[in-house]
Ligand binder design. Structure first.
Ligand code: DGL
Length: 246
């Protein structure tokens, strides 16, 4: 079994990419909407929340855990790998290197939570590939609005916070919730090119499973969904999003 966790349903954008890889495993997706947002919490708080979920997923029999949350990855993955040396952790990060590979000089906007943007992990990556033409914008509260699914509030938020960046070419979606609002972002910024880490993470998962000789003998895959706030509507929305390209 493979565990996937996020502070809500946003990690579905990562799961969708993973499912394209034809890994015949059982997946268990843990949506921690009770503790959303992670992005405004202290590092110790996020670590302790994520560790509890990791323990739960390991008890359920997971052999690999995907941190489908940039904030949790940025804050926790190093410590988790030290504390659980036998567990395979796959972590996502803002796809800033992709900008360097595809369009190194273009004016770039990186949007993510405060926790991700201020993390040592992200700043190390950013300093390595800094194209001197990039704006780092923490979007406090945006993941919560996406979690809530209120389009009017999302559009208002984007108008208030993004409309001054109209000359942007590249937008790095540094939070797994943000690929769900690409259309809303284009409404404000026009025809920008998006970059996110979900495809890279799914390929890294396959690579690491192969490297460790981990195989699954199910005929196809299945996905179980758990939400920490017990909200039934979350599961319905999550299941719809798995198969949509929203
Ligand atoms: N999906 C999480 C991320 O990628 C949301 C962050 C939050 O809960 O604040 O960072």
């Amino acid at each position: 079994m493979i565990g996937i966790l996020d502070s809500g349903i946003g990690g579905v954008t990562v799961l969708r990419e993973i499912l394209k890889q034809n890994i015949h495993a059982k997946f268990i997706y843990y949506s921690d909407s009770k503790n959303n947002p992670y992005g405004d919490k202290s590092e110790d708080e996020v670590y302790s929340i994520v560790k509890t979920i990791v323990d739960y997923l390991l008890d359920m029999g997971c052999v690999a855990i995907v941190l489908a949350c940039n904030t949790a990855s940025a804050i926790c993955v190093k410590r988790l790998r030290e504390e659980y040396p036998d567990t395979l952790f796959i972590a996502i990060e803002p796809a800033y290197k992709m900008v360097h590979d595809y369009n190194p000089k273009g004016k770039t906007l990186v949007i993510a939570t405060e926790g991700t943007i201020n993390s040592e992990k992200f700043l190390t990556l950013f300093n390595k590939y800094d194209n001197k033409n990039t704006i780092l914008l923490p979007c406090k509260g945006l993941a919560e609005l996406i979690e809530e699914g209120n389009d009017v509030k999302i559009n208002q938020y984007l108008d208030d916070n993004l409309s001054k960046y109209r000359d942007i070419y590249n937008v790095v979606l540094g939070c797994t919730h943000y690929p769900l609002i690409k259309k809303n972002i284009r409404r404000v910024l026009g025809d920008v090119k998006f970059f996110d880490g979900s495809s890279g993470v799914s390929k890294e998962l396959v690579r690491q499973l192969e490297l460790r000789g981990i195989t699954f003998d199910n005929k196809s895959f299945s996905v179980d969904f758990i939400d920490s706030s017990g909200n039934v509507s979350k599961e319905n929305r999550f299941m719809e999003l798995i198969s949509s390209d929203e």
